[in-house]
Design a protein around this ligand. Structure first.
Ligand code: UDP
Length: 336
């Protein structure tokens, strides 16, 4: 199949591209490298069934060609990471809403299949867990920057479903819950890469708030497997699916676990939310998915438990830090 992945040089997009290239599909990636990195797809460059374009999804001309040449479009290009979102809410909304509009408008011409990735963040301040796809979304006030992300992604979902109902564009919406794994960077505030990196470098491990807030983490390879199965299943059109795991852990416990697994001496420190993000920042205490629908449709069950997820991520960051040290060493040798 001919596949287009927007945001394909990002953390999840690059794993998806890899899986589809391995399978023999012809994969095109478009990414403006705002949060993605060429490093993520470096290993795919020599493959004859892979090509990539460093461009924004809002470049209509290029996107028209790419959409036209593809059978399935995975739309992953988006502003991600709570810190980035709090710092640049305008960019968040423009990227997320305009990008999705372009993808859907172009897909509508020949009714191409589109998978739109959304986020568990859309459940907002719901306190009743687990979150089911048809639950009401409870979003916070617009004067709190964080909610611009949930709101823009909720609009993306409305757009995707409207294009199906009104224009018969076969769309499917997927809400990803805290997806983690190798290649995810802590630069935009994500908790596991941040804590692992801090533990491995002997820095303070920063737990925001009192650390009682809990999350369930999904390994990117489980998420990618589910994305492909949902995009290809005939009955998923016009539907919304959660993808995640139900192994819940508080962030404070998570920090202790990472500290123990890495054998680190780093102190664990509590950082008030207003220092970590902004004044009046609102977090969710729990974010637990109901996976009944996705299990029923594609037989999805996460295969990685938290221990294996963390082992994989720690190994990746140890390798990455060793590479960085080697490069530094080489530079010094050259300078002598
Ligand atoms: N968090 C933390 N320390 C960090 C980064 C994040 O304690 O260095 C917390 C964050 O406040 C949230 C949880 O970890 O409660 C998960 O954060 P992340 O940004 O990874 O994902 P979110 O669930 O907020 O989308």
């Amino acid at each position: 199949m001919n596949i287009l992945i927007t945001g394909g040089a990002g953390f999840i997009g690059s794993h998806l591209a890899e899986r589809l290239v391995e399978r023999g599909d012809s994969v095109s990636v478009i990414d403006d490298l705002s949060t993605g990195s060429v490093k993520n797809i470096q290993h795919l460059k020599p493959r004859p069934n892979f090509q990539y374009f460093v461009e924004s999804v809002t470049n209509q001309r290029l996107m028209a060609e790419l959409v036209d040449a593809s059978d399935v479009i995975y739309h992953l290009a988006a502003a991600v990471g709570v810190r980035l979102i709090v710092e640049s809410p305008t960019r968040t909304m423009e990227t997320n809403i305009r990008g999705t509009e372009v993808v859907l408008e172009l897909a509508a011409k020949k009714k191409k299949r589109v998978l739109i990735t959304s986020t568990s963040e859309v459940y907002g301040k719901r306190t009743q867990v687990p979150f089911r796809e048809d639950d009401d979304l409870i979003l916070g006030s617009p004067d709190k920057g964080r909610w611009s992300y949930a709101c823009s992604k909720a609009i993306d979902e409305f757009l995707a479903l409207a294009y199906w109902k009104e224009k018969e564009v076969p769309t499917v919406v997927v809400r990803l819950f805290n997806t983690v794994g190798p290649r995810q960077t802590g630069s935009y505030g994500m908790v596991i890469p941040s804590l692992v990196r801090q533990a491995l470098t002997g820095s303070e491990m920063t737990v925001y708030g009192n650390g009682a807030q809990a999350r369930c983490f999904t390994h990117v390879s489980d998420a990618v497997r589910a994305l492909i199965a949902l995009a290809e299943h005939p009955e998923t059109t016009g539907q919304i699916y959660n993808i995640g795991s139900v192994e819940e852990i508080s962030i404070l416990e998570l920090a202790h676990k990472i500290k123990e697994m890495t054998g680190s001496n780093s102190p664990i420190v509590l950082v008030p939310y207003e220092e970590a993000y902004e004044q009046g920042f609102e977090d969710m205490m729990r974010r637990l998915p109901d996976l009944t629908k996705v299990a029923r449709t594609i037989g999805y069950r996460p295969s990685f438990n938290l221990d294996r997820i963390l082992q994989d991520i720690i190994k990746y960051h140890m390798g990455d830090l060793a590479d960085a040290r080697n490069q530094e060493h080489q530079k010094k040798l050259h300078a002598v």
